[in-house]
Design a binder for this molecule. Structure first.
Ligand code: ZN
Length: 139
């Protein structure tokens, strides 16, 4: 059903009008893969990205309320608080050919998406890191 699997890789079509980060999480869940790496190409109807302010230790949101091409979106699925967690960075191309990029936030809506996933065995857990203020992989 729109998914090709050749362990440890899989290809999946992402659904129209769905939140991109949630769709990536669902694709891994449906493939039965709790830990992995991915790449997505496609298009967005609107996008919310973020820039991590290293001094303030907080995300600054960047809203792009127009259609765009997903030039590249890459990231991973690992474990946070016992649940699968999607971390993605994205570059979006706009109608004038310019690109913008950053950390993918909730609220980015898919027009279309094609995901290439790589499965890993086992779990990689995220924990809070005092130095960066981020939830990084357990050392
Ligand atoms: Zn990030």
């Amino acid at each position: 059903m729109g998914t090709l699997r050749n362990n440890p890789f899989f290809l999946t079509r992402l659904p129209h009008n769905k939140d991109l980060a949630a769709a990536i999480g669902d694709a891994f869940k449906e493939a039965g893969v709790p830990t992995g790496w991915f790449s997505v190409i496609g298009a967005t109807k609107k996008a919310i990205l973020a820039f991590y302010d290293q001094a303030e230790k907080g995300y600054r949101e960047l809203l792009f309320p127009m259609p765009g091409e997903i030039v590249t979106c890459t990231g991973n699925v690992t474990t946070l608080d016992g649940k699968p967690f999607v971390h993605a960075h994205i570059t979006i191309g706009f109608s004038d050919g310019t690109t913008r990029g950053g950390h993918l936030m909730k609220g980015t809506v898919l027009f279309a998406g094609e995901l290439f996933g790589v499965a890993f065995e086992g779990e990689l857990e995220r924990v809070y890191d005092e130095v960066t203020g981020l939830r990084l992989w357990k050392p």
